[in-house]
Design a protein around this ligand. Sequence first.
Ligand code: TYF
Ligand code: FE
Length: 403
Amino acid sequence: TIEQMPNARSSTAPSTAPTDTELRKLVGLVDHDTSVDNFPVSGWDALVWVVGNATQTAHFLESAFGMRLEAYSGPETGNRDHKAYVLRSGGARFVVKGAVDPDSPLVAHHDRHGDGVVDIALEVPDVDRCIEWARTHGATVLVEPHDETDEFGTVRSAAIATYGETRHTLVDRSAYNGPYLPGYVTRKAGYQPREGAPNRLFQAIDHVVGNVELGQMDEWVEFYRRVMGFTNMAEFVGDDIATEYSALMSKVVANGNHRVKFPLNEPAVSKKKSQIDEYLEFYRGPGVQHIALATGDILGCVDALRREGIEFLDAPDSYYQDPELRARIGQVRVPVEELQSRGILVDRDEDGYLLQIFTKPITDRPTVFFELIERHGSLGFGKGNFKALFEAIEREQEARGNL
Ligand code: TYF
Ligand code: FE
């Protein structure tokens, strides 16, 4: 019931991760014993970003998205290369890094890609076992398994390459109780949220979407199957839909219990320039396209974000007036007018329904954006909304002069 959903208005501390029961509702878990996997994954560890100004991005994530600062690394802590801010909302952890040293390797990365996600770090119970499996199944190991230790304990980690210049760091922090990683210090915000400021608007990461080059989607699906034991989820955008209106093809892979879900898009040749081509051009290659944030109160979340100036894709009134859609979605937890006034989309499948909405790109380049998703049983990605969504994205592309 709604009353039991983790709620943006609850006074829960921002760092409180959802319970397993809450997670099950929030992100749609399925029963699966991950310990039997060859590459067992427990969940998301962090999304690590490289940005042009981490100090200001951290402030933005605090003030607009209601995240709270937990840890910090920078010149004052002996890290002369860059500043890194660790932020949390519920169970979701973001790390934003920006170069301090003009010769930092982050400068070249940012010069090429602009602001973006460099690392989709995953929590694993056994780093060595994962790396052993990954190596023998064709993965590129970027960082060998190693320990980092400080007064809070030891973290073991390693990293493998994925699409573009993106990586998966694999982290075992079971023997660690520091604020993030050795080298980081606990840091309370200089930012003081005013009364009624956004707080814990979202509770977990639902999925992270990658854009890859034309013709490479199936290779990356195969990579996640072979190397990480992920399996295909039912949802996909095939050839037929692609040429009709979406200008992209998409498949979804997930780990055994669906805690980690990776939709993968590639451009499709169609009448108009694909939104995926626009991304690839401006990101200069494959990378993370959108991050879906799970919330128990998408209405409150959207209202709070709009008050902070966050812009969302619009849904035309015709979307809500479509009798076919109205019949298909039936009753949802609020009157459809409440969704319409906010531009929230709704989709229903055999398992239940979901509410979702997409921001415009949050970066200067038309690359990365957020999705907010409130699940009520549906394990899907809003297939019924693809047409309306892709038309809205094309209107934005057109406004940018990139269609
Ligand atoms: O993650 C998904 O599959 C949905 C739909 O460029 C979607 O959020 C797919 C591609 C895209 C934007 C949204
Ligand atoms: Fe999505």
